[in-house]
Design a protein around this ligand. Structure first.
Ligand SMILES: C[S@@+](CC[C@H](N)C(=O)[O-])C[C@H]1O[C@@H](n2cnc3c(N)ncnc32)[C@H](O)[C@@H]1O
Length: 280
């Protein structure tokens, strides 16, 4: 089935999707798009690509299923514990010297990553001078994040991650157990602004000191990664930090040269102090 969908069919479909719905997947990695479409065809018992395309364009309810399929939401609290350890050891000392800190977490899925950073800031007595902008283009995911309610079944893994990440207390200090769910304490939410933001089509909304965009750009092609990096460069204050996913890197040396590699293994980069005219 995989070989039956061609790149030009994929391009054609996502051109029509863009024109019909305004959602822009035209520069997503074609292998990712292909895998997700084939999966959807199997789940919805669709026999041909033509039928898939017809349904995507004619049926808004079906199209929203596709959009959901395409935004992979895998996430967890303190995912890649060594990243959080490194963030605590090397970024936190800088944050301590700032009077006020703005953090943009882009592509946050259901919000576990946002609460992980919030907990870390709380443990370092920095939470009250921080503002976290938590954004994603998937409204459903954002709403889950805002609610901060997660299945109890995940807690064992989250506790393990938290401990491996050098957590200073107990994860239970930050959550309430409620039957088969865990609920994040309201105290951790007060400095978080949740907003729908599409990295492909929306602009910079604020100058920030730290950007986390982890495991999002792996789904984009090189050109789109470059555009999103330009957005981050514009948004990040000089000397600010950019944190990428463990398997991510810069798409071009022209972008990389704006950063000093602060912690290569954990993908933490520091924006160089330069005049804006030298950024290009
Ligand atoms: C795999 S999750 C990563 C979650 C979290 N950052 C982590 O590392 O655990 C990828 C997220 O990126 C979001 N995403 C994908 N394309 C996006 C776009 N164009 N604009 C904003 N968010 C996007 C998806 O909706 C999804 O929630």
């Amino acid at each position: 089935m995989m070989s039956e969908i061609t790149i030009s069919e994929i391009n054609d479909l996502f051109e029509s999707v863009y024109k019909t719905y305004g959602y822009d997947f035209r520069e997503y990695n074609p292998d990712h798009l292909k895998r997700r479409l084939i999966n959807r065809m199997a789940l919805s018992q669709i026999g041909s690509f033509g039928e898939l395309k017809r349904r995507v364009i004619a049926e808004p309810v079906f199209s929203s299923l596709i959009f959901k399929d395409l935004s992979i939401q895998v996430t967890e609290m303190f995912r890649d514990s060594s990243f959080y350890e490194a963030f605590r050891a090397s970024v936190i000392p800088f944050i301590k010297t700032y009077p006020f800190v703005k953090i943009w977490q882009a592509g946050i899925a259901s919000g576990e990553e946002v609460y992980s950073i919030a907990i870390l800031l709380r443990e370092e007595n920095l939470y009250d001078k921080c503002m976290i902008y938590a954004t994603d283009f998937n409204q459903h995911a954002l709403e889950q994040g805002m609610e901060g309610v997660y299945p109890e079944s995940k807690i064992k893994k989250y506790i393990r991650n938290y401990q491996q990440a050098g957590g200073k207390a107990s994860l239970s200090d930050y959550i309430v157990h409620d039957y088969n769910r865990i609920i994040i304490n309201s105290d951790l939410r007060k400095n978080i602004v949740w907003a729908n933001h599409n990295l492909v089509t929306d602009k910079v909304f604020s100058e920030v000191n730290i950007i986390l965009c982890r495991n999002v750009m792996i789904y984009f092609n090189k050109e789109l990664q470059e555009k999103v990096h330009a957005l981050f460069l514009e948004s990040l204050a000089n000397g600010g930090f950019l944190c990428l996913g463990m398997n991510e890197s810069f798409p071009a040396s022209s972008i990389m040269k704006n950063y000093s590699t602060f912690d290569v293994r954990n993908k933490i980069f520091k924006k160089k102090y330069r005049a804006l005219s030298h950024m290009k």
